[in-house]
Design a protein around this ligand. Structure first.
Ligand code: NAP
Length: 479
């Protein structure tokens, strides 16, 4: 193969589109039996996107038929399936193929890709495994002994019915705020266990009217302009994510005023008021979460959970809460990039060991790592965003990688790799920029490792990323 792509979510499919267009011989290896990545795996009630769909979609595959401003999860999954079929990518996908080890062989300058369906060899490899794939389970004593169902949002049981049950939801991140209104409408009682309050703002979600959809269908340019307008409205919000900025202060005030207007109960308002800077954790958009918390069958519990018992949870003060079911909206092991995959580079070093020595994952534009020639990552270290669409970043990455592969093929050379000095300079600038952002603030967040090194997020505007990804780094070795 010229190229092997691991994963068939937004990243893998976006890369496959470019590879197909370039006429490369490529395969996509997918561990599951369907495309879709996070949108295949996350099927909890209420799952939807919090980035507007006309922007949270491929630039090469605009969809005039999105049903809502923020499409529900199953609709996004259907869009990805349709895109894979429409662009002839599906026939290049090997499903049920779990990749466990990559080894670069200097003798034949090929990557040896070990998988549950045998060994493949390819000149170049792109990992598109996502950052938010493996669920994080809370380390709560007694969790394994709980008598009722325990469902993580990323591994939901479609057959579960909340009807009349006493439900406990742990977590108040982006998944929880979508899940809680749905469960609360059916449950006998719902207790939301909150460790820290999220910053929230209105989502302003609504259905598109038939005439709007017709207009998008008939006037593709109109749809493109609409997409750009969403992009720029998100991009303009970047200064809110600079720590201590005037925009951050103003936006914090606006969100607190909105909270006051939404919640009648002073106690609930107090519970839902964040005690850390805006943007430090992901800012959440919802029109339905706060009203759900005011339902008579819903309580918010901010006391620490001491342990889980077979019949419920015991709190730090000794109070017990009886529960029939526990929903874990506790997020992902986002700091473990490329989980379950060993990557052995040109000098025999394993990538995770290299990252451990560096104090956390890093990569040039989150794409390339010195010592790992012809290996590229999508949604790698420091490419997540707090203010814009990840699909935009993935398309920048697919474009950069395609260019690199084309350059390798045209040059008749064997390998392309980023220089370690170039990488060091890049990383220094990146971390200096990140130190000025909201995510460096005092909060717990999946954006950073335990050591406070921010390994998830990009440091500045997406326009900045786009520009960097259009130019070659000064020191790129093609040998
Ligand atoms: P998350 O943002 O990591 O939130 C996890 C929540 O669980 C936090 O509130 C956390 O509390 C809490 N938690 C974790 N361990 C706990 C424990 N032992 N006891 C009590 N509480 C605990 O996870 P997520 O909500 O699944 O979202 C992850 C990311 O997925 C999002 O930031 C977003 O990028 C993506 N996502 C996107 C969408 C979308 O609409 N596009 C939807 C869902 C998810 P602390 O905050 O105090 O740590």
């Amino acid at each position: 193969m010229d190229l092997i792509i691991i994963g068939s979510g937004f990243g893998g499919l976006g890369m496959a589109f470019h590879a197909a267009r370039q006429g490369q011989r490529f395969l996509v290896l997918e561990r599951a039996e369907d495309v879709g990545g996070t949108w295949r795996d996350n099927i909890y009630p209420g799952v939807a996107c919090d980035t507007q769909s006309h922007h949270y979609s491929f630039s090469f595959a605009p969809n005039p038929d999105w049903s809502r401003r923020f499409a529900p999860g199953p609709e996004i999954h259907a869009y990805l399936r349709d895109t894979a079929n429409r662009f002839g990518i599906t026939r290049n996908i090997r499903f049920g193929c779990n990749v466990t080890r990559l080894r670069f062989d200097m003798a034949d300058t090929l990557w040896h890709v070990e998988s549950s369906r045998g060994i493949f060899r390819a000149r170049t490899v792109v990992s598109a495994m996502g950052q938010l794939t493996e669920p994080a389970f809370p380390a709560l004593p007694g969790l394994a002994d709980f008598a009722g169902p325990v469902l993580h949002t990323a591994r939901w049981d479609a057959g579960f019915s909340a009807s009349g049950k006493r439900i406990g939801v742990i977590g108040t991140g982006a998944s929880a705020i979508q899940l809680v209104p749905e469960l609360a409408a059916e449950a006998g009682h719902l207790t939301l266990f909150q460790r820290s309050a999220p910053w929230m703002c209105p989502k302003d979600d609504r259905d598109f009217t038939e005439s709007e959809k017709r207009r998008f269908r008939r006037f593709p340019l109109w749809q493109r302009l609409y997409r750009y307008s969403i992009y720029w409205s998100w991009e303009r919000s970047w200064p809110e994510f600079l720590d201590g900025s005037r925009r951050q202060k103003r936006r914090s005030r606006e969100m607190l005023e909105w909270l006051d207007g939404q919640v009648a109960s002073p106690e609930l308002r107090r519970q839902m008021t964040p005690d850390y800077p805006l943007g430090c954790k992901r800012v959440l958009l919802s029109d339905t979460f706060l009203p759900a918390l005011e339902r008579p069958n819903v309580d918010v519990c901010t006391a620490q959970i001491r342990r889980v018992t077979p019949g419920g949870v015991e709190l730090a003060g000794g109070t017990s809460i009886d529960l029939d079911m526990l929903a874990l909206a506790t997020g992902f092991t986002a700091q473990e990039f490329l989980p379950g995959l060993a990557v052995i580079g040109a000098e025999g070093k394993e990538l995770h060991e290299v990252w451990e020595e560096a104090g956390g994952a890093e990569g040039y534009l989150g794409i390339m790592v010195p010592g790992f020639p012809n290996f590229f990552m999508m949604y790698g270290p420091n490419t997540n965003l707090g203010h814009n669409s990840i699909v935009f970043m993935l398309e920048c990455q697919a474009h950069f990688i395609s260019k690199a592969i084309r350059r390798l093929h045209r040059s008749n050379k064997k390998t392309i790799a980023i220089d370690s000095h170039e990488m060091a300079g890049y990383q220094q600038t990146l971390q200096d920029e990140l130190a000025r952002t909201a995510w460096a603030g005092n909060c717990t967040s999946w954006y950073k490792t335990g050591s406070d090194k921010i390994t998830s997020n990009w440091s500045t505007t997406t326009l900045g990323y786009w520009l960097k990804s259009r130019f070659w780094p000064k020191r790129l070795s093609v040998d």
